[in-house]
Design a binder for this molecule. Structure first.
Ligand SMILES: Nc1ncnc2c1ncn2[C@@H]1O[C@H](COP(=O)(O)OP(=O)(O)O)[C@@H](O)[C@H]1O
Ligand SMILES: [Mg+2]
Length: 458
């Protein structure tokens, strides 16, 4: 059985009630016991004193016979209060079962307890010594009171206490169940609301305003999570739309080109040309798909494996070499600046891929023949690799979004065709930086644009 707050609270209520009732019951029982004993003792003492007074004036057997008669009539042998008179002189003895008093002992307060042989009753006793007078020797008067009614009262009190106590515990448990049910109602409502949420209604939120404080925090946290989910979901949907849009152009080119090629009889070189152009579109498609796969794997948290301590300037130089051919044609050049000795753990293939993307962008956006620079700058335990080029500035509002997938400052440029990227270049730079424990930044001021990524230094 699953643990339940309601059941647990009800059980705790019952335990609390049990403890409370046991304690009050015990105290009440003790008080009643004491009161009854005191009451008994008062009655006993009054009897004892009156009778002792009578006996104290007995000086001969004649008078003693009258006192005995009075004791008989006042307190019959089967009555609640009894008298016994102990004396060395058998004539002055009185009372039933005197033998029992051979083993009679008393408490410090003069009270005692005795059960007569052959009788169920037990008596609480008080005694008094009476000095000799005339013929009469010293005697001891003992008055006893039957404790049975007293015990009976206590017993029925205890019984009533137990019945009331158990009843109260059951009642408290029932009330506890009810109270917790009522108290937990907002929780039930909240969970019903949460269950009603569907992925298609991600803009829905839990009603947090009229909830008790204990739950409104929870609801707010939950709503926060929903908000982030919604954002992620929307990004995903936008990404899907972007992907479809991105694939549509090369596919349309492929279909169009193939249809034209097939529209009439063609020579072998003409078909070759058509296939060549198809191949270019297919390669473009493959490169988009590869980039997307790379980003998807990076998203799943795939960290760069096989990081090797590398001198960063060396890797930069090797990457720049690949671009020399293009640059030589236009008369441009790349300067390598900054810390030439700095080392960092790198996955060199990923590092070159990121730097190539930055260099491609720089060459593409810089005026032909201008100089580019790659700067290596250590900062706060990271190593920044920035690519700088002159050219038209990027408006500040675009800067934070440059690294988003498929984001382009000027979409028209792309649609005009040409062989630049498909808007994933900087997203890949960001993914590579993240895989190396780094981040990215972009800056464009005074006609100089710098786009940089970092890797965690050793
Ligand atoms: N060096 C740069 N100068 C100016 N704009 C740039 C530069 N690098 C990137 N950008 C802008 O950032 C956008 C995103 O770059 P990128 O992710 O590489 O996509 P792509 O190069 O395929 O357009 C580019 O479309 C361009 O508008
Ligand atoms: Mg690019």
């Amino acid at each position: 059985m699953k643990p339940s707050i309601t059941r647990r609270l009800a059980a705790m209520f019952a335990l609390a009630a049990l403890a409370t009732f046991s304690l009050t019951g015990a105290v009440l029982y003790r008080v009643l016991d004491r009161e009854l004993t005191a009451h008994q003792d008062d009655e006993l003492r009054a009897n004892l004193q009156n009778t002792a007074y009578s006996i104290a004036h007995v000086a001969d057997t004649e008078r003693w016979a009258r006192v005995k008669e009075r004791m008989d009539s006042l307190n019959p042998a089967n009555g609640r209060v009894r008298f016994w008179v102990l004396s060395d002189d058998p004539r002055f003895q009185y009372g039933k079962g005197l033998d029992a008093f051979e083993r009679f002992s008393q408490d410090a307060d003069g009270g005692g307890r005795i059960s007569l042989p052959g009788q169920q009753q037990s008596f609480r006793t008080l005694s008094q010594h009476i000095a000799p007078l005339g013929d009469r020797p010293a005697v001891r008067l003992i008055a006893g009171i039957d404790t049975a009614p007293f015990a009976h009262t206590l017993d029925s009190f205890l019984g009533a206490l137990a019945v009331v106590g158990w009843g109260a515990i059951v009642l408290v448990m029932g009330l506890g169940l009810w109270i917790t049910r009522v108290g937990l109602r907002p929780l039930v409502r909240l969970s019903a609301e949460a269950q009603a949420l569907r992925p298609r209604m991600l803009s829905q939120r839990l009603q947090a305003t009229d909830l008790p404080v204990e739950l409104s925090d929870l609801a707010q946290a939950f709503n926060g999570a929903l908000g982030r989910l919604e954002d992620a979901y929307q990004q995903l949907e936008a990404f899907n739309a972007d992907v479809a849009h991105e694939l549509r152009t090369p596919l349309a080119n492929l279909i169009g080109g193939t249809q034209v090629a097939l529209s009439r009889e063609r020579s072998a070189p003409e078909f070759q040309e058509a296939l060549q152009s198809n191949l270019e579109e297919l390669e473009r498609l493959r490169s988009i798909v590869n980039d997307m796969l790379f980003l998807a794997r990076a998203d799943q948290g795939e960290a760069a494996t096989g990081l090797v301590d590398t001198r960063v300037a060396d890797e930069v130089a090797k990457t720049v070499e690949f671009f020399e051919f293009v640059l030589d044609e236009s008369g441009g050049a790349v300067d390598i600046e900054g810390d030439r000795e700095a080392q960092a753990p790198l996955d060199t293939a990923l590092f070159r891929r990121a730097l190539s993307n930055l260099l491609q962008n720089a060459i593409q956006h810089a005026p032909p023949g201008s100089r580019l620079a790659v700067a290596i700058t250590p900062q706060d335990g990271a190593l920044w690799i920035g690519v700088r080029n002159s050219g038209a500035p990027i408006a500040p509002e675009h800067l934070p979004r440059l690294f988003d997938r498929f984001y382009r400052v000027d979409p028209a440029r792309h649609d005009r065709g040409g062989h630049h990227g498909h808007g994933l270049g900087l997203a890949i730079v960001k993914a590579v930086a993240r895989m190396h424990g780094g981040s990215v930044k972009a800056d464009s001021q005074g006609g100089v644009t710098t786009i940089a990524f970092s890797v965690a230094a050793r």
